[in-house]
Design a protein around this ligand. Structure first.
Ligand SMILES: Nc1ncnc2c1ncn2[C@@H]1O[C@H](COP(=O)(O)OP(=O)(O)OP(=O)(O)O)[C@@H](O)[C@H]1O
Length: 257
């Protein structure tokens, strides 16, 4: 049973067609990444799946009662407002110390409870946003360019954290990213979007697809091989997680998106 089934999705904004004929399914526990150029409709697709915008054509079906955790692309915190991480995670719903602590541990942000939100590094801030999404105990975690503002090692570490979250909680993950070669190593499936689905499949299949190469060139292939090599040989960042977890969920490249 799919968590989400998108069929023939079209989205218009005024006279402009943003998405056309998008089909996709999300299975429990899989990590799916949407890549595509600026303005290709990635955020619009996430918002349609969240139910924040209505399709102009087609359907978005969510499993009944599906719990979704959402990490937005940007979140502005008033720099003059004193707000600890603990308090931030207790808004707008009071969660209690144990739940907050557990979410921070799962997000790789243990020990930050008493820090001011405005004092956090970019990577810490992203992990706190992730912790906030985890408080929902999501079956599906949706992240819109979650590593905006992080450097490449910071981004790679964040994507490994996402894999750790999936291993711990077993949730499916749908995310948008521009960092193609980094994110591909952490994805079971990749969807290349440009107003419509250009190509989809395993990271290797998408990286070598002519449609993908037409949009992004061929430069990521070497980096992809490098990252996957690294990925196969473990990480040195202290997280103990099973790389094979969830890959059973990964559909082959010849299945529907
Ligand atoms: N509410 C809206 N009204 C009018 N146009 C919109 C609206 N929302 C999005 N668009 C347009 O739809 C297109 C796709 O936007 P979207 O934000 O989904 O793209 P994206 O792939 O996420 O882009 P980026 O990589 O730059 O974040 C853009 O041309 C955008 O200007």
């Amino acid at each position: 049973m799919s968590l989400v089934t998108v069929t023939g999705l079209g989205v218009d904004a005024g006279a402009q067609r943003i998405l056309t004929g998008v089909d996709l399914t999300l299975a429990p526990g899989e990590i799916v990444t949407v890549v595509g150029p600026n303005g290709s409709g990635k955020t619009t697709l996430l918002r349609a799946i969240l139910g924040a915008i209505q399709p102009s054509t087609g359907r978005v079906e969510r499993q009944a009662g599906l719990r979704i955790g959402y990490v937005p692309q940007v979140l502005h915190i008033d720099q003059t407002l004193p707000l600890t991480v603990r308090r931030f995670l207790d808004l707008p719903v009071r969660r209690g110390a144990a739940a907050v602590r557990e979410a921070l541990v799962d997000a790789g942000a243990d020990g930050l409870e008493k820090r001011q939100m405005t004092d956090l590094s970019g990577g810490q801030f992203r992990r706190v946003l992730l912790a906030r999404a985890l408080l929902e105990k999501p079956e599906l975690l949706i992240l819109d360019e979650p590593t905006t503002g992080l450097d490449q090692p910071g981004s790679a570490a964040f994507y490994r954290q996402i894999e750790a979250v999936r291993a711990t909680l077993g949730c499916a993950v749908l995310m948008v990213s521009h960092e193609l070669h980094v994110v591909m190593s952490a994805s079971d499936r990749v969807i290349c979007l440009n107003g419509h689905v250009c190509c989809h499949g395993t990271p290797e299949v998408v990286a070598s697809a002519p449609e993908y190469r037409a949009l992004f060139g061929t430069g990521t292939q070497g980096a992809l091989a490098l990252y996957r090599h690294d990925h196969d040989h473990g990480h040195d960042h202290g997280h103990d997680h099973d790389h094979s977890h969830g890959h059973d969920h990964a559909p082959r490249e010849d299945t529907a998106v």
